[in-house]
Design a protein around this ligand. Sequence first.
Ligand code: GLN
Length: 453
Amino acid sequence: IKAYLGAMEAARALNAYIVETPEKALEMAAASDARIANGEQRPLEGVPIGVKDLFATEGVHTQAASHVLDGFKPPYESTVTANLWNDGAVMLGKLNMDEFAMGSSNETSYYGPVVNPWRKEGSNLPLVPGGSSGGSAAAVAARLCAGATATDTGGSIRQPAAFTGTVGIKPTYGRCSRWGIAAFASSLDQAGPIARTVRDAAILMKSMASVDPKDTTSVDLPVGDYEGAVGQSVKGLRIGIPREYRIDGMPAEIEALWQQGIAWLKDAGAEIVDITLPHTKYALPAYYIVAPAEASSNLARYDGVRYGLRVPGGDIAEMYENTRAAGFGHEVKRRILIGTYVLSAGYYDAYYVRAQKIRTLIKRDFDLAFAAGVDAVLTPATPSAAFGLEEMAVASPVEMYLNDVFTVTVNMAGLPGIAVPAGLDSSKLPLGLQLIGRPFEEETLFRLAQVVE
Ligand code: GLN
């Protein structure tokens, strides 16, 4: 723990941690030492973990990297982090992220962007770590924690994992409790780990997953033996290759990586089949209606009355206005505006209802593939490697949204998806492949992921 705390201090330029909690870490580590001395070791005894700032941590800074939650220290702990601490893990601090998990580059954080520890060969240009769990991914890649909690509403675990050469899994919707995680889009949000290896991710996921009476969308199904699944044969598993993911303008390097992944799985005894997911092209636009709609509703609670920032005004309406104007950043305001627009009486049917219908069709595409005997789907995780800081942010919000083209379908369909580092591009930056599985069959993903890793 001391070594990690030292590494964190030495790597502050990466801006991965918003808050370091050394006292708490040393206290938890001492408790772990005592347990070990007594022969009462728990599964994650003494394992140093970083926590995305979206997770409520009792008595510790929790602001979703937003100014609107200024000074908020929750009186309760999220279920996912409580599960980790109950298994003996040690908290090192709170990790930077895009504000309220809205973004793909970690540049919307009130605390400034995170810098990716990777560089292009022969270049010193700072790169983004991806987002929204950019702090989690950068911290794991730079060895500033052994693993991190993260969340994924439309790719926020998998895309940053791909950009930093780490492993990230978004479990099936309902696998982890959302209780104590600041809500972005409640029907899409899911927690999961980012870790250095497939095996580490499996170990962390077992601890994080649980049914929870405090989250009625968490599911009462046995948590699998994920670690045991790592290393199991993939012989005879059928892997679907969706032709719709071969998008226009996809770099040759990404296509080559995909072919390499196919070859590895084939060599390991899996069967490769071509499949069609015909509604894929509607996923991104539909996601950017559903997610902002739910966000605009969820973020209504940040009104300056209950917690966080309050900017006074002449009357209560003016206080709301002043608080929100000062408290939310540009991207969050953009999402709230889009969300309230698509939910407004005149446009509800044209946008929101239609997006929900598309969501059903996307889910059905996967259902049909699985019903035809496909065990998992293999795709690239992202359309490119990590890009330069400010490169996309200055281009346009839509350019930024295009990063999520391979990941959002998985959230729309509620499926589990894992991003695994699978190679390097020509400038020696990490690239990831994504495996998508049947609902609640995360074990299959862990089996397959190790072949690609
Ligand atoms: N980049 C996506 C967005 O901005 C995904 C975010 C997420 O998964 N939290 O909405």
